[in-house]
Design a protein around this ligand. Structure first.
Ligand code: GDP
Length: 323
């Protein structure tokens, strides 16, 4: 039975990846940070099937010990300060978790289990002010936030440890991926949750920032499969993962509000607070290499994804609202 160690197991991707690996017969160990509360909402249904180990991306000893103890075959580094907006108000902390934390994970693997295969959760935010469209593995990076800058560092340190020390280390450049388990601060979930609450009479309006930004939004469940495939290759390499289609925040609003029978123009209010100091205007992936070499294809399209999220939010809120 192969063993996988996942940092960020309590997050959206960690929970889908844990499910995916358990189904494949893996022993799954999740790294969790010590806290006086237990943020296990997303893995509550798996809690009897995964093992949790206390460690922190800010603490080298704890990471080296966790890797040494479990001797994983695969390490998935999904933990980060992952919200772009917060990276302007907490730029140094973002760098500690999202950039230097990756070096600490790589050091832990190099010291304690150098044969383990390592996956780094890289991000389309590294393309930022895009230098070509669609974006592929060779597109130059131009990050536009402290988060994006930290992810560029994390990408290159992963490549560097592969080239310097011969680690099987890969960087998966994933475009935005969403699900009913997406955090409420991200725009897809904010919109599906907002539309449902308005429909149920629990809110009157939805305040958003830039409606013209465009993203390549896929389904998180499809993307964890790509992570795993990247670690099953003969040689480690980096891959772009996305759908190849792009939608604006405005189109997202239209789709989500239509799913509850409303017109978004009656409820969405633009609010300066949600605009960003520097914006990523357009992201769209060219996932040709992943299709060719990993045999990976996204299964869930944008409209189906948003419909699923709206239905999940409806189930969650319905007991509170007036129908
Ligand atoms: P990101 O691509 O990782 O930054 O994912 P987000 O879901 O946080 O944001 C996607 C896009 O939606 C960005 O271009 C934001 O500027 C835009 N957006 C517009 N209004 C909002 C909002 O109220 N919240 C968030 N999170 N994003 C918004």
């Amino acid at each position: 039975m192969p063993t996988a160690l996942i940092s960020g197991i309590t997050g959206q991707d960690g929970s889908y990846l844990a499910e995916f690996l358990l189904d494949k017969g893996y022993r799954v160990i999740g790294i969790v940070r010590r806290s006086s509360t237990t943020p296990y909402e997303r893995i509550a249904h798996l809690i009897d099937r995964v093992e949790l180990v206390s460690a922190d991306l800010l603490d080298q000893t704890s990471l080296t010990d966790a890797v040494g103890l479990y001797q994983p075959d695969e390490v998935y580094n999904l933990a980060a300060q992952s919200f772009v907006q917060t990276s302007w108000s907490q730029p140094v902390l973002t760098g500690e978790f999202t950039a230097l934390g990756v070096t600490r994970m790589l050091e832990a693997v190099k010291k304690a289990a150098p044969k383990a295969r390592f996956y780094q959760a890289s991000s389309s935010e590294m393309f930022g002010k895009v230098q070509e469209s669609p974006q592929r593995e060779t597109t130059p990076f131009y990050p536009r936030s402290p988060y994006g800058v930290a992810k560029v560092y994390a990408h290159w340190i992963t490549v560097n440890y592969r080239e310097s020390f011969g680690l099987y280390a890969v960087s998966g450049i994933l475009f935005n991926h969403e699900s009913p388990r997406r955090g409420l601060e991200f725009v897809t979930r904010k919109v599906t949750d907002g539309a449902v609450r308005i429909k149920l009479g629990l809110a009157r309006e939805l305040r958003l920032g830039n409606l013209e930004a465009r993203r390549d939004w896929g389904y998180a469940g499809d993307y964890v499969d790509a992570m795993w495939r990247m670690l099953q290759q003969d040689t480690p390499d980096d891959y772009v993962i996305g759908t190849g289609k792009t939608w604006s925040v405005r189109q997202l609003c239209d789709t989500a509000f239509r799913a509850v029978g409303l017109d978004y123009r009656d409820y969405v209010v633009q609010d300066e607070r949600f605009f960003r100091p520097a914006e990523v205007d357009l992201l769209v992936a060219d996932p040709a290499k992943a299709r060719r070499q990993l045999g990976w294809e996204p299964q869930v399209g944008f409209e189906e994804l948003i419909d699923t999220m709206v239905r999940a939010d409806m189930d969650r809120h319905a007991p509170l609202g007036r129908k």
